[in-house]
Design a protein around this ligand. Structure first.
Ligand code: F6P
Length: 319
């Protein structure tokens, strides 16, 4: 049997560990595997490469993706998708593994629905915005990257008695902010899933100042509609505190994956190969608690995300 694998969308630490698991899992079970470079763009442009054990040597610890990635609008059009499908057929590919986020798995589901090509989705994104799995591959590493930044910023905020707004990634999901904010002891966490009043933040900062707090850290998810610099200005005017903004940006997408992400990548990757062997027609593979789970792609993508809104409540108690 011949399997294809690609990474698509925003890259995430752990994608390489996942590629490694799928490639070596396929070879272990006597299957051939082709890497497809540049995500769905490479599928359309026929950028296929046969993979062997050595192709994925010494990559489990590396961030990024050895197959590169791209955001492809062409693939979402029927013509592009059919071109990709023809290339899969031309190479004798009988099952396609796609590693990425919501857009990637959505494209894979459409390919399966339109062509009946067996497609399997693995949750490679830092955003943790896929409802069918408790965690996505790269999320834990991104949270720890943010945590390290919070520590550095806390030092200088204390020295200067400043309030600092740290803006983090996550697209429309607040999980990076929630988890890093709780772990980092942030005073306030702002996420798109829940509204807030600037006055309430100001009151909390003022109370802290009156208690002698030397600094305050506000973690703000990028999906929150209010601009971070506007918020900083309003707070500075309301409570006469020097307020800075740090947008962490793309450092959250790189770095050596944590053990947790490497293990999640390895477990889901091997399970994916076993589902292919079992003749399953399509699946999204993830984790619930400590159990590796799988659902048909359409079922997985239809699930509603539940957000740990109690994390802010815990922060309020522990301030
Ligand atoms: O989906 C991952 C992600 O890093 C989001 O958190 C972020 O908003 C987006 O990708 C950035 O996209 P791009 O890499 O295309 O600028």
């Amino acid at each position: 049997m011949r399997v294809g694998i690609l990474t698509s969308g925003g890259d995430s630490p752990g994608m390489n560990a996942c590629i490694r698991a799928v490639v070596r899992g396929c070879l272990y079970y006597g299957m051939e595997v082709y890497g497809i470079h540049q995500g769905y763009e490479g599928l359309i442009n026929d950028e296929f490469e046969p993979m062997k054990t050595s192709s994925v040597a010494d990559i489990i610890h590396r961030g990024g993706t050895i197959l590169q990635t791209a955001r492809s609008t062409d693939f979402m059009a029927d013509e592009g998708m059919m071109k990709g499908y023809e290339n899969l057929r031309m190479h004798g590919i009988e099952a396609l593994v796609v590693i990425g986020g919501d857009g990637t798995l959505t494209g894979g589901e459409k390919l399966h629905r339109m062509t009946r090509m067996p497609v399997f989705g693995l949750p490679g994104t830092i955003d943790n915005d896929l409802a069918y799995t408790d965690f996505t591959i790269g999320f834990d590493t991104a949270v720890n990257t943010v945590l390290s930044a919070i520590g550095n910023i806390r030092d200088t905020s204390s020295s200067h008695g400043r309030t600092t707004i740290i803006e983090v990634m996550g697209r429309h999901c607040g999980d990076i902010a929630l988890h890093a904010g709780l772990a980092g002891g942030a005073e306030t966490i702002l996420i798109p899933e829940r509204g807030f009043e600037v006055e309430d933040i100001a009151k909390k900062l003022l109370a802290g100042k009156e208690r002698g707090k030397l600094h305050s850290i506000i973690i703000k998810a990028e999906g929150v509609e209010m601009d971070s610099n506007v918020l900083a200005k309003q707070l500075a005017d309301m409570i006469d505190c020097e307020t800075k903004v740090v947008v962490l940006g793309y450092i959250q997408r790189g770095g050596s994956p944590t053990a947790r992400d490497r293990i999640l990548a390895s477990r889901t990757g091997v399970r994916c190969v076993e589902l292919i062997r079992e003749g399953v027609s399509n699946a999204a593979i993830g984790i619930k608690g400590d159990t590796i789970v799988d659902y048909p792609l359409a079922v997985a993508l239809a699930m509603e995300k539940n957000t740990h809104l109690d994390y802010q409540r815990i922060c309020d108690i522990l301030l």
